[in-house]
Design a protein around this ligand. Structure first.
Ligand code: FMN
Length: 192
């Protein structure tokens, strides 16, 4: 199986720790169709709580179309992001805030499943300290957003303590990414 993977990439650094995790993960697959949405490059507008999506399916801004397309096509969703102030960097946080349109589609407009396709999700997070609470907060935020994005979090891989490069063990992270890859393959092969 050649899975369609949609990545929401939240780091401004293309050669940073998060990017490195993503590159290694891709190398674990013989065949993969990946679309990477670079949140810093795309810089979508933040939700302004205008109420449009409460009345009409969609959003007053049209810059979310590539995200919606990615969500509708994907078998797998990957959130790859550094921790900023115990959360997602603001361009990626804006993406999750904009999924409010799906919440309103469901609860105000009665559209049961605004994103039809169910998908497995992985979280790759990188943070400078040894304090994992940023990742726990990210997981809580994703639990909300995933309900309307029709995704289920299968596995999380972290690069922790990146401020302390001397203690940073790349091989340990690679073996965690191998495990995530295996778990995802089992999930995908079990699909009907
Ligand atoms: C604005 C900013 C806020 C940050 N906030 C946190 C934080 O709350 N907790 C933490 O452990 N590291 C924090 N960091 C460190 C980054 O998470 C860390 O350097 C990460 O590995 C960067 O990932 P990247 O190389 O993929 O961009 C912060 C860094 C920046 C620039």
């Amino acid at each position: 199986m050649k899975p369609n993977v949609f990545v929401l990439f939240g780091s401004p650094r293309h050669n940073g720790y998060t990017a490195c995790m993503l590159k290694y993960f891709f190398s674990c697959w013989d065949e993969i169709d990946a679309v990477v949405f670079d949140a810093y490059k795309e810089n979508i507008k933040p939700c302004i709580h205008c109420g449009y999506c409460k009345k009409v399916r969609g959003c007053i801004y049209n810059d979310f179309i590539p995200v919606e397309k990615g969500l509708n096509n994907a078998d797998v969703l990957i959130i790859a992001s550094p921790v900023y102030e115990l959360s997602f960097p603001s361009p990626l946080k804006a993406v999750f805030d904009r999924t409010q349109q799906y919440f309103e589609a469901k609860f105000s407009l009665g559209i049961q499943m605004p994103i039809q396709k169910h998908k497995a999700a992985l979280l790759f997070a990188s943070y400078g300290s040894t304090d994992s609470s940023g990742v726990e907060i990210m997981q809580k935020q994703l639990a909300l957003a995933f309900r309307v994005m029709n995704a289920e979090l299968l596995h999380t891989v972290v690069s922790a303590n990146t401020d302390n490069e001397r203690d940073f063990d790349k091989n340990l992270i690679y073996s965690e990414l191998d495990k995530a890859s295996q778990k995802l393959k089992q999930f995908l092969y079990a699909l009907p």
